[in-house]
Write a protein of this length. Structure first.
Length: 930
């Protein structure tokens, strides 16, 4: 060990090329001895292959050094660079031999099978040294020697680095062995750092910052992961489920994973941002695409691994032996990641500095995670309330931002009340819930694109952990994260395309995007992954249905509005109503209409109450997308009305159904029935929710429907409008199924003594019902200020909605929510009074004192028609719900894994084959350079 560390230090410090060779050899010999330390057949075999490979590589290095000394007259690196600006053919060959040799020390793809075998066979502690130590020294050696080859070799470094980053991560998606998987990741990360070296002239003064941010993330996280592997002492990634028994180690595992992928607030996030922006300034879009694609592949296997660790059941009898001398280094490196994050935020350009108060609050919640849940819940609610008060003066003049801030923060406070029903500590819930809300409110606060993207990723990280907490949510959370990751990188690429030629990253920069067509399309697609538009929707039903009862209203009623807000930022940048005929908006209008139809149809045929509501959200977000795509004043008012309504009724419905599920312990509606007398308040909440959802007067859903009618006629999108209104008709079916199957019909025996939902579920429901009533009776309180903002701005000055007191009017008619509420409310009171008077002498009969079809029923199940209720509709329209999209994405997944498995077969485990790979690699690179 001491010989290895000494050798690596000299490799880094020396400026003599022969000394570099000597101590590379010394380091290799020492490392091989450490590989043999495990003393089994696999480690001996891997060490021998490593010995053969480095012998071949060092032979080329030594030959190159000899020719450099013979032709260049010096072994000093600085002297050679200074005196040999123009290379002769012979000297060029010598430089090639030296540079290709040191590049091979980095284990470039695909000439790296020998290194992967070492990662798989050696002790994880040795692997940590290889990944964080020897690879770092070799990388620094390349950095010193790259100037030998001039600009040409900078380009070669970029190509080799990105091929390695992309190829290693792609092959990693089908790998199941933990240490070998970390080997793929290590080689890929070193490839990215090599590419950053090649981009040094493009990065200019930012090169060192970018390299530091990416390097320190890899160094700390990869060493920590290998050390964790040593503690677990299992080969398969599924065996890491044992971490569930040690929450602090599971936290560190998640920390290292998110650091590697590049989530905020970790250094790699800053590094990738600056790297992409600087490359975009030089039109290097293909390179950006490869970097982001490689990052997606890395996310595929890392998030699968994290999901296994968090959700799979550990093997019976499995455990982790906690030796403090082994845990302390892991914990120290975890702490260093946070310190590096703070330092990185400080050294990056000043316009990157963001409001870290929410992040510090999240860290504080981690620190107090040992406290009982009710204390942490109170602190979380108080923190959100204080932050709402804190930011209100900054956004009170911007009605649009104020509306979404209210949805994110006030809605968040309401949904957090249900958390008081949970006993115990509920570890990990509150920090990540606040992290999601911090990201959402960060979108509203963002003054530039960096802050916006930072908040977007923070929101994704927090929501992923909330979703995966559900009992059967491992697959659904994984799908959510992959779609979120892909969507985030589409947003990232869209920002990069828009940024070219600009010096500012303000949100207004999008108005003068360099490649508006491509930039706007990518941004829209990225935001649509969060709104679950048809094609990107497959993550949503399972994620919402399997999430915890108080998490479902968070992700459905609130989280989805993050994507909506992103679309609004984009649409305003496109120019308001002046962009109304843009082809992208026309396409989004059609997508919204089809999403509304598809989501509602799929909701009709669900038997799971929460899954029904989830598909309903898909349809509701289709309405919202369709409305905003009009790019007219009344169209945007319609979209905002539906956004507010969706928050109110979907949060209400998920809380109500969540309370029911809390008591009856099942999601299946056909197992329920007759709960109206046992859970009357939940029934009232669901009744008000479905009336609002279905757009029935006098509640606010009808306001949205009336505005939709006006917007469709004004815009002239009659066919799309017909589809949307047909989708609204379908919504009546699942609304009826929801309330009938759960609350009406005959009560089941096992639920005769069931209690009403917990009071902490009911309190936010009462508040939301009051909110619906107020918004229904006085929509002008919100819609009039928004309408004034839109009409007085440069975005939508034409054909605004006119208000006279509480009455709204357009060229097509008028509507007054207040008067409708009075009329229908009066009718309800009169009819209720008449019914009560007429039913005074009604006779109460026992449950089964009924006869139908000549028979007397004896069990509730025979009188409750719920399962497969709409079978006739399924025969007629069921073909429209064929899971074509799911099959497509499953095909993409299967094909990718099949290709990765096939390509991995080049790694045969045969040392001679690996030598052939190295020699072929040298020859191919040389021929390309000729």
């Amino acid at each position: 060990f001491l010989v290895l560390i000494m050798g690596l230090n000299v490799v880094i410090m020396t400026r003599d090329i022969f000394n570099l060779f000597v101590f590379l050899e010394i380091s290799s010999i020492a490392l091989i001895g450490m590989i043999f330390f495990k003393r089994d057949l696999n480690s001996f075999s891997a060490g021998f292959k490593y010995l053969i490979a480095v012998t071949v590589i060092s032979s080329f290095l030594l030959i190159g050094i000899g020719f450099i000394y013979y032709l260049g007259g010096t072994l000093n690196i600085d002297d050679f660079i200074a005196n040999n600006n123009g290379l002769t053919r012979g000297l060029s060959t010598a430089v090639f031999l030296v540079l290709i040799a040191v590049l091979l020390e980095l284990k470039p793809f695909p000439a790296n099978g020998w290194a992967l075998d070492v990662y798989q066979a050696a002790h994880p502690g040795i692997n940590a040294i290889i990944s964080a130590g020897t690879a770092t020294a070799a990388l620094f050696a390349v950095y010193k020697l790259l100037p030998f080859g001039g600009d040409l070799w900078l380009n070669i470094a970029v190509i080799i680095g990105l091929i390695t980053f992309l190829g290693s991560n792609f092959l990693g998606i089908s790998q199941k062995n933990a240490n070998r998987l970390l080997g793929y990741s290590s080689i890929g990360q070193i490839g990215l750092l090599l590419a950053v070296m090649g981009f040094s002239k493009h990065l200019g003064e930012h090169f060192q910052m970018v390299f530091f941010a990416l390097f320190i993330s890899h160094f700390l996280a990869k060493a920590g992961l290998f050390w964790l592997s040593g503690l677990i002492a299992k080969d398969e990634i599924k065996d890491w489920a044992v971490l569930r028994k040690k929450p602090h180690l599971l936290f560190l595992f998640g920390l290292f994973v998110f650091t590697l992928i590049g989530f905020p607030p970790f250094p790699s996030f800053y590094g990738k941002w600056q790297l992409v922006m600087d490359l975009a300034s030089n039109y290097n879009y293909w390179w950006i695409g490869l970097i982001l694609l490689g990052s997606i592949f890395e996310g595929v296997y890392l998030f699968r691994w994290l999901g296994y660790a968090m959700k799979l059941e550990p093997e019976e009898g499995s455990s982790i032996k906690l030796d403090w001398e082994k845990i302390i280094p892991i914990a120290v490196f975890g702490l260093l990641i946070f310190l590096a994050s703070y330092f990185t935020n400080e050294i990056f350009p000043s316009n990157f500095n963001i409001n870290l108060i929410p992040v510090y609050f999240v860290l504080f919640l981690f620190v107090i995670d040992f406290l009982p849940a009710y204390i942490k819940n109170t602190i979380a609610i108080a923190g959100m309330g204080f932050y709402a008060y804190y930011i209100y003066p900054d956004i009170e003049q911007d009605t649009l931002r104020l509306v979404f801030a209210g949805i994110f923060l006030l809605g968040g406070i309401l949904t957090m009340f249900a958390g008081y029903s949970v006993k115990g500590r509920r570890p990990g819930f509150f920090p990540f819930a606040i992290m999601m809300y911090a990201g959402l409110i960060g979108l509203v606060e963002a003054e530039n694109l960096f802050q916006f993207f930072f908040a977007w990723e923070l929101m994704t990280l927090g929501s992923y952990i909330l979703i995966i907490r559900g009992k059967k949510s491992i697959l659904h959370a994984y799908n959510y994260m992959l779609f979120s990751l892909g969507g985030a990188y589409m947003i990232f690429m869209g920002i990069a395309l828009a940024y070219n030629g600009h010096t500012s990253i303000s949100l207004e920069m999008l108005q003068t995007a360099s490649f508006p067509g491509w930039a706007y399309t990518l941004l829209a697609l990225g935001f649509l992954t969060k709104t679950a538009a048809l094609g990107f929707h497959i993550w949503l039903p399972g994620a919402h249905a399997e999430a915890e009862s108080d998490v479902s209203p968070m992700v459905s009623g609130i989280l989805l509005k993050g994507g909506v807000f992103g679309l609004l930022v984009l649409f305003m940048a496109m120019g308001g109503e002046q962009a109304g005929e843009h082809p992208l908006l026309y396409a989004l209008g059609w997508l919204g209409a089809i999403t509304a139809l598809g989501g509602n149809l799929m909701a009709v045929f669900q038997e799971d109450a929460k899954r029904l509501l989830a598909y309903s959200s898909v349809g509701n977000l289709g309405y919202i997308l369709f409305a905003f795509a009009f790019m007219t004043n009344i169209g945007w008012l319609t979209g905002l009305t539906y956004s507010i309504n969706h928050f109110l009724f979907k949060t209400l419905l998920f809380l109500a159904i969540g309370g029911v599920v809390w008591r009856v312990k099942t999601h299946n509606m056909y197992e329920m029935g007759g709960l109206i007398k046992r859970m009357p308040w939940s029934f009232i909440a669901v009744l008000i929710g479905i009336i609002t959802l279905a757009g029935i007067p006098p509640l606010s859903g009808y306001a949205g429907k009336w505005l939709f009618y006006n917007a469709v006629i004004t815009k002239g999108w009659y066919f799309q409008g017909a589809i949307v209104f047909f989708a609204g008709t379908i919504a009546f079916l699942y609304c009826f199924k929801l309330i009938y199957s759960i609350f009406l019909g005959q009560p089941k025996d096992k639920f005769r003594k069931v209690k009403e939902a917990p009071i902490w579920y009911l309190i936010p429901q009462f508040i939301l019902m009051i909110g619906i009533m107020v918004f229904s009776a006085r929509p002008d309180l919100i819609l009039k200020p928004i309408g004034d903002l839109l009409s007085q701005s440069a975005y939508f000055p034409t054909d605004p909605l006119s208000w006279e007191n509480v009455t709204a009017s357009t060229n097509l008619g008028y509507w007054s929510g207040y008067k409708i509420m009075l009329v229908i409310g009066g009718m309800f009171v009169v009819l209720l009074a008449w019914l009560m008077i007429m039913s005074r002498k009604a006779k109460n009969v026992k449950q089964f004192n009924i006869v139908y079809a000549g028979e007397r029923p004896f069990t509730p199940e025979t009188t409750h028609y719920s399962h497969n209720m709409f079978a006739p509709f399924n025969k007629a329209l069921g073909f429209l719900t064929t899971p074509v999209v799911t099959d497509f994405w499953n095909g993409v997944n299967d094909t990718s894994h099949a290709f990765a498995d096939s390509f991995r077969k080049i790694y045969t485990g045969n040392g001679q084959t690996y030598i052939a790979h190295i020699l072929a690699y040298i020859v191919i690179v040389y021929l390309i350079l000729l």
